[in-house]
Write a protein that binds this ligand. Sequence first.
Ligand code: SF4
Ligand code: SF4
Length: 336
Amino acid sequence: MHKGRSRQSRERHARLNSVRNRFPIANSRHTSEHTMRIAIASGKGGAGKTSVAASLDRVWPTAHIMADTDVEAPNLHIFLKPDIAASTTIALPIPVQFDASCTGCSSCHDICHYGAIAKFGTKLKIFPDMCHACGGCFAVCETDSLVQGEREIGQLHSGTLDAATPWLSGATRIGEVMTPPLIRALFKRLSVLEEEMAAQTGQKPEVLLDSPPGVSCPAVTVGSHADAIIMVVDSSPFGLHDFRLAHQAFGRLNRPLACVLNRAGIPGNAQGDETVRSYCTKHNLPLLAELPFELEAAAAYSTGKLLADISPAWKERFTKLAEDIRELFGRQACAR
Ligand code: SF4
Ligand code: SF4
């Protein structure tokens, strides 16, 4: 007998227990001493991860940090409207020219795997935009003839939401292709913020990360800095294909994974929804929520309104999802 618990609460705990029993506990950086970072990811753009992340922020029951790590196309600020207090330029150290002591030995050209130091006859030329800042050319130059400069890769922004929740985001410089260094700079800043918040409140904060879409370097870099990953799934044929890719990519990171099926019940796509459910069952992926397709929700989203603000029913869906995420991943963290 579960005195004091509602039937829904008992059902929810039973469901989560069944999920926990099926779900392998993966290694991650998280222990009860650490902050819990939850990445909201997706295999493709347009699956709804930003919308889910924004609504989770709205209902998240504890002190947390909100971060938009989709530095190539940040858009979480459109929904959450942070007050930005500071912006910092992030730059990479790169070679910008040869000084007069250069002997023309070509060692810097030979070691550069990225074609950033090209050779035309006996002449060497630096292409700064192609440099990956590996430092190899500086290391091999015996005469210290390379002059070091910087290439701006983007900006980090920090501030607050509703004057209470710390906010962090990044945006790459237009034309810049090197996003992982900016993401790593963002996580370095995040670690400092986590420590500051822990010192102020006496508690390690939880962190919600709006991830880059897809499964390329930026998404995997964010996933590798998270403790758990929620994959927002679109059950259209393209969505299913990319969901499987995302599962393969994030599965290799050895982080706990769970799914949210977005826009469930689109007319004519019952088969797609069912495929997501059976895939999750087959691969022991907890399917924590099915957010229904509703025209009202789509219309609200197109005007920048949060799903959690549409109606009490939508708020309840996200409240329950937040509870389930914290319960599922929090318990797993305690078990580690
Ligand atoms: S390694 Fe140094 S000395 Fe040799 S070509 Fe490059 S800059 Fe000049
Ligand atoms: S720092 Fe690395 S990538 Fe950049 S020019 Fe030197 S060797 Fe090439």
